[in-house]
Unconditional design. Structure first.
Length: 450
C-alpha cells in the first residue's frame, strides 16, 4: 500500500472512531462503475457496475453489536463479508455473512500455525445496500449462543481443528466449542437464517436476531461444551472433510429444502487421496424432517480448465450454490484466481445417500475413483453457464453469488479482512499492513439468461 493510501486510511479511521454503527453504515469508498455498452446486439457476459465497501474499524463495528468483544482490532477493518450473498428483498439489498474473522498463517520451525489476531471477533450476519458505486452496511446481527454470548470464530476441537494462535503465532489460544467458521447464508420464509460452517462441517439454524437455535453436525463428531443445541444429523463420512474445507456453499430450493456443498473432496482414505481428487459432494437437507434426504456426487472440471494458470488439483473448490429452479442449481467451481458457474439438476436417480460411498471403509473410496461415472457412480450432469475468468474486471476469490433476475448476477469477493499470510502481515507495532484488497459487489449481465 502506498504512503498516500496509508495516510488516507489513517484519516478514515480517525474520523470513524467512536461513531455509532448507524453512521458507520454510510461510510463507503468510491468504486469503479463499469457500464460500457457493447455495440449492437449483446453476445458476451459483461460487468454492468461495481461497488466497494468503505473502511469501518473492526473494533467499532463489533463492539457496537456486542460491547467489549474486541479490545484491540490491530487496525483491521470490517471485511470477510464476501463469504456469501443472498437477496434481501429490496432492490440492491443483500444479506451477507462474515467468516470466522481475521486469520492467517505463520511458519514456526517449518510448520504453519493458524493465527487469530482479533480472537474476540464474533461472526456476524451483515445486511448491505448497493447504491451506485458504494456498499453500505444497513444492519448487522451478531451470532450468539443460547445465553447470548458471542459464538466467536475460534476452532472447536483439539486434534481435529487447527490449533489457534495469537497474532505472532507464539502463544496458543483456547479452543471454543461454540466457534463457527460461517460461510453460506440463506434466509427462510419465517425470517430465520440458515448458515453453513467449515469446522464441523455443520448446518446452523439461526434466529432472526442472530441466536443459534440448533447446529447440525456429522454423526460421531462428539462436540461437547457448546452453549446451544448440537444434533448429529449429518452423514458420518463428513468427518473426513479436508482441514479448513468443510461446507461453503448453501442454497435454498423453492420448496424450502437446503442444499449444502462440501468445498473440496473428502480426505478418503487419506489426505493425499483428497488432494488429488476432483469429486466432491452435495447434500440435500429437509428443515421439516431435520434430516439429510439426498446426497450427490459432483465432479469438478480439470483444474487447468477452471483456471488456465493453475496446475494443482487441490486448489479446486465449490464456494457458492444458488437455487435457480425447483431442483436446479448454479454451482461455482473456483480457484483463488478464476471461477466458472455450472448449472446442475438434482436428479433423484443420482442419490447416493446411505450407500457404499458413505462408508469410510469402502475401497477404493469415491474420492479415489479416476472416473466415477465409469465405475457406476451416478455423477450429477452439469452445463457451463459462464466462465467468470473470461470477463475483464472480475475480482479474485469470488465466494458469493446471488441471482438478481433472469439476466443478472451479483458477485461478492472475500477480501480476507485485508490480511495476508506470513509474519509481515503486521508491522512491528502489531498493526495490520493492509493488502489493499477491498470488498466488492460486482453486477454481471448474462445476455443468454440464467
Amino acid at each position: 500500500m502506498s504512503p498516500h493510501a496509508a495516510r488516507k486510511r489513517r484519516v478514515r479511521r480517525s474520523v470513524a472512531a467512536g461513531v455509532p454503527i448507524a453512521v458507520l453504515a454510510a461510510i463507503a469508498v468510491t468504486g469503479t462503475a463499469m457500464g460500457a455498452q457493447t455495440g449492437g446486439k449483446e453476445k458476451a457476459p459483461r460487468i454492468t457496475s461495481t461497488a466497494t465497501l468503505g473502511d469501518v474499524p473492526l473494533g467499532t463495528f463489533s463492539n457496537s453489536l456486542l460491547p467489549g468483544t474486541v479490545s484491540d482490532d490491530r487496525s483491521v477493518d470490517l471485511g470477510g463479508i464476501g463469504s456469501d450473498i443472498y437477496p434481501a428483498g429490496r432492490k440492491g439489498e443483500f444479506w451477507t455473512v462474515t467468516d470466522r474473522g481475521p486469520n492467517g498463517q505463520i511458519k514456526v520451525d517449518g510448520k504453519k500455525r493458524r493465527t487469530f489476531p482479533v480472537p474476540g471477533f464474533d461472526p456476524a450476519i451483515v445486511k448491505i445496500r448497493v447504491s451506485g458505486d458504494t456498499v453500505k452496511v444497513i444492519d448487522a446481527l451478531p451470532l450468539t449462543t443460547s445465553s447470548g454470548k458471542p459464538v466467536t470464530g475460534l476452532p472447536n476441537q483439539k486434534g481435529r481443528d487447527e490449533a489457534p494462535y495469537t497474532c505472532d503465532a507464539k502463544t496458543a489460544l483456547t479452543y471454543d466449542p461454540n466457534g463457527l467458521d460461517t460461510e453460506g447464508i440463506v434466509r427462510a420464509h419465517d425470517g430465520s437464517f440458515w448458515l453453513v460452517d467449515e469446522y464441523g462441517p455443520s448446518l446452523v439454524h439461526v434466529s432472526a436476531r442472530g441466536k443459534v437455535l440448533k447446529r447440525y453436525v456429522p454423526d460421531g463428531l462428539k462436540l461437547s461444551g457448546a452453549d446451544y443445541p448440537v444434533v448429529e444429523a449429518l452423514p458420518g463420512v463428513l468427518l473426513h472433510r479436508k482441514g479448513n474445507r468443510g461446507f461453503e456453499g448453501l442454497a435454498q430450493l423453492p420448496g424450502g429444502d437446503l442444499v449444502m456443498a462440501v468445498q473440496s473432496p473428502l480426505s478418503l482414505p487419506d489426505e493425499d487421496a483428497g488432494e488429488a481428487s476432483r469429486t466432491t459432494r452435495l447434500l440435500r437437507f429437509s428443515p421439516k424432517k431435520q434430516a439429510v434426504t439426498a446426497e450427490y456426487a459432483y465432479r469438478f472440471d480439470a483444474v487447468d480448465v477452471v483456471d488456465p494458470g493453475e496446475d494443482d488439483t487441490s486448489e479446486l473448490k465449490i464456494s457458492s450454490v444458488v437455487a435457480v429452479g425447483r431442483d436446479r442449481l448454479l454451482v461455482e467451481e473456483r480457484t483463488d484466481k478464476a471461477a466458472r458457474l455450472q448449472t446442475v439438476k438434482l436428479d433423484r436417480r443420482a442419490d447416493i445417500l446411505g450407500d457404499q460411498w458413505d462408508d469410510a471403509a469402502t475401497k477404493p473410496s469415491l474420492e479415489q475413483l479416476d472416473d466415477p461415472a465409469a465405475s457406476g457412480v451416478p455423477v450429477l450432469k452439469k452445463r457451463l453457464l459462464v466462465d467468470l475468468g473470461g470477463i475483464d474486471g472480475i475480482p479474485d476469490k469470488i465466494e458469493g453469488v446471488a441471482r438478481v433476475n433472469g439476466h443478472a448476477l451479483a458477485l461478492i469477493n472475500d477480501n480476507d479482512f485485508g490480511m495476508t499470510d506470513g509474519a509481515e502481515a503486521f508491522d512491528k507495532e502489531g498493526r495490520l499492513v493492509d493488502s489493499g484488497v477491498e470488498t466488492t459487489v460486482t453486477y454481471v449481465r448474462l445476455p443468454k439468461g440464467i
